[in-house]
Design a protein around this ligand. Structure first.
Ligand code: AMP
Ligand code: MG
Length: 355
């Protein structure tokens, strides 16, 4: 059985061709379904999210997919950084120096983001929404063409020093002491959404599933008598490595190869160093494995910013032990624990970093 859900309202600004090509692509995915598997696709935050369940009955899977559909729709509405909704209203209130009422999920994501911002020395910073917008990254249509914004505008936003730690939480009331704070959960929301989806599936009695947003995923249980098999994408195209997922694990990759601005001079990837206001280019991708999606997602973003010089320090501060980095030349750097479980394709140069 295959089910395709799409939050079509988010397509309003897209052409009919894009809708048709997406649906065609989804139908093709349906053909590869294996016995014992149930699959459904959803569209959230500009990404196709595929849920694969193993070993459940049709009725149970249908019920699970219907629950996920309404949850994803709600998360998309609640957390979207630029489609008008609860988060954009909160950002308007912050800009005007007013308190804002938030949903429990926004408060919780803010709390977790504050923790990561603190632990990463501000490399992960979800309060830089104004900078992300200035660079044109408030879009699902990549690549963006054109030169970078002017240095004066970048400097002006960086100088206002927005931080999620400027936000005071009091129950469901959020207040920012800094009007420059503009929340953008692009670096963590997918992970948190995947965690919530996995909890929903487990609560509905599903024992085996993968919730996968284009390679960012959480897997639990197994695929029958074998573990779930996971591929890690090569920033240069194709697959760089494969591994078997444990009983319940999140595997997230942040990269500079998919979402970027470009002009004749250069590519400007969508992850910004909050301290300079400029995109980071040191690493092509970072993959993190840990128990929960929100942490793996935010950590991968933070480690891209940390770069080759600082990633070990930041990974330690986050309590991570399974990290894989790929630099612009295609060389892999990885922790010992990651090395014990990944199998690289032929020809990848690797350096194991003692942790
Ligand atoms: P990801 O693909 O998970 O690495 O997240 C990238 C997205 O997070 C971007 O599209 C922005 O919305 C947002 N973002 C960019 N730079 C940062 C940063 N330094 N800290 C937190 N979020 C960021
Ligand atoms: Mg992330």
């Amino acid at each position: 059985m295959i089910v395709i859900f799409a939050i079509l309202t988010s397509y309003m600004s897209h052409s009919i061709f894009k809708i048709l090509s997406l649906l065609t692509c989804l139908s093709l995915i349906a053909c590869t379904q294996k016995p014992g598997e149930q699959k459904a696709q959803f569209f959230i935050f500009g990404t196709v999210l595929e849920v694969t369940i193993w070993g459940a009955g049709d009725a149970q899977a249908q019920q699970a997919f219907a629950s996920l559909q309404s949850q994803f729709q709600e998360m998309h509405h609640q957390w979207h950084a630029w489609e008008p909704g609860p988060l954009t209203e909160i950002n308007q209130a912050f800009a005007s120096g007013l308190p804002a009422q938030a949903s429990p999920s926004i408060v919780e994501m803010t709390r977790r983001s504050q923790l990561i911002e603190e632990q990463t020395g501000g490399r992960f910073n979800p309060a830089i929404g104004a900078l992300v917008r200035l660079w044109g990254f408030h879009t699902s249509d990549y690549p963006i063409e054109g030169p970078p914004p002017g240095q004066v505008k970048i400097d002006a936003l960086v100088a206002r020093n927005p931080s999620s730690l400027d936000i005071l939480l009091n129950g469901l009331t959020m207040t920012s002491t800094n009007p420059a704070v503009q929340l953008d959960f692009g670096g963590i929301a997918k992970g948190y959404a995947i965690d919530i989806a996995c909890d929903t599936l487990k609560n509905l009695g599903i024992d085996n599933a993968i919730v996968n947003a284009g390679g960012d995923l959480r897997a639990f249980g197994s695929h029958g008598d074998r573990p779930w098999r996971i591929a890690i994408r090569d920033p240069g195209g194709g697959i760089i490595a494969a591994l078997e997922a444990g009983q319940d694990e999140a595997i997230f990759t942040s990269g500079n190869y998919e979402r970027f601005r470009q002009d004749n001079e250069s590519r400007y990837p969508h992850i910004l160093d909050p301290r300079t206001g400029w995109p980071v280019k040191d690493l092509a991708s970072v993959t993190v494995i840990t128990r929960e999606g929100w942490l793996a997602d935010a950590a991968a973003t933070a480690l891209i910013v940390a770069g080759l010089d600082d990633w070990v320090k930041v990974a330690r501060a986050l309590g991570l032990d399974q990290v894989l980095l790929v630099d612009e030349a295609g060389k892999a750097y990885l922790t010992e624990k990651m090395n014990q479980r990944v199998e690289f394709v032929a020809g990848v140069e690797k350096e194991i970093v003692i942790f």
